[in-house]
Design a protein around this ligand. Structure first.
Ligand code: PGA
Length: 253
């Protein structure tokens, strides 16, 4: 059984005090839940404070990016070891905003994933197609390529430290969620892709989460699907009540 993940990507939002307020509200609302792996991804400057505030709770902390080298003349960059040192457990890699705005290639993303795993952290590899790619009929080929290149050189053991996030670019921050059918179609395809690259048991153990306008009113339907193991959430993760509702999917109070 794959344990569900509900992860909040706060992007470039929330000062340290705002992040800590949000975390306090989450802690109150979560009590001792263990059904779901809950992750929050604050900005770099809030990571240490949020990791301290969530230590010993069921909330894990993710960074939103990293650099693949451990140290050196790389002005402005942060290594996986430094992220681990402040209490991070995960790093989001290859988010579509980084691919599009910062021109990250699959090869660069692959280097980062290897560095994250070598640094003792888990990587959340984001893949997703644009609307143009979906309409062109090349969507599955593009997703297959993103997964294959992103995970190149990894072993089945490495995959224990990898989560895949399917995030259709056209659904991010737009209010247009993929329907549960559309998402499941891709998740099941991605699971097949993992079986092809690695083996069936690795594909069955890897968590594949969905992202793109996940909200309290669509989470339950998404989570019903066999291959959807959770959600990577932007907008709705910054309102405590909404994020708690997502974590309590199919079991609202
Ligand atoms: P959204 O963002 O939930 O605001 O669409 C998702 C993401 O970018 O991870």
């Amino acid at each position: 059984m794959r344990k569900p993940i509900i992860a909040g990507n706060w992007k470039l939002h929330n000062t340290i005090p705002e992040a800590l307020d949000l975390v306090e509200a989450l802690k109150k609302g979560l009590a001792n839940q263990t059904r779901v792996d809950v992750i929050v991804a604050p900005v770099f400057t809030a990571l240490a404070a949020v990791a301290d505030a969530t230590s010993g709770t069921g909330i894990a902390v993710a960074a939103q990016n990293c650099y693949p080298e451990a140290s050196g003349a790389f002005t402005g960059e942060v290594s996986p070891a430094l992220l681990r040192g402040v209490g991070c457990k995960y790093v989001i890699i290859g988010h579509s905003e980084r691919r599009q705005l910062f021109h990250e290639s699959d090869e660069f993303i692959n280097k980062k994933i290897k560095a994250v795993i070598a640094g003792g952290l888990a990587a959340i590899l984001c893949v997703g197609e644009t609307l143009e790619q979906r309409d062109s009929g090349a969507m599955m080929e593009i997703l297959h390529d993103q997964v294959r290149k992103g995970l190149a050189g990894l072993t089945a053991v490495d995959m224990q430290q990898v989560v895949i996030a399917y995030e259709p670019v056209w659904a991010i921050g737009t209010g247009k969620t993929a329907s549960a059918d559309q998402a499941e179609e891709v998740h099941s395809f991605l699971r097949g892709t993992l079986a092809g690259i690695f083996d069936k048991s690795t594909s069955e153990q890897t968590r594949i989460i969905y992202g793109g306008s996940v909200k309290p009113d669509n989470i339950d339907g998404l989570m019903e699907r066999a291959d959807i193991d959770g959600a990577l959430v932007g907008g709705a993760s910054m309102k405590a009540a909404d994020f708690l509702r997502l974590i309590h999917f199919q079991q609202p109070e």
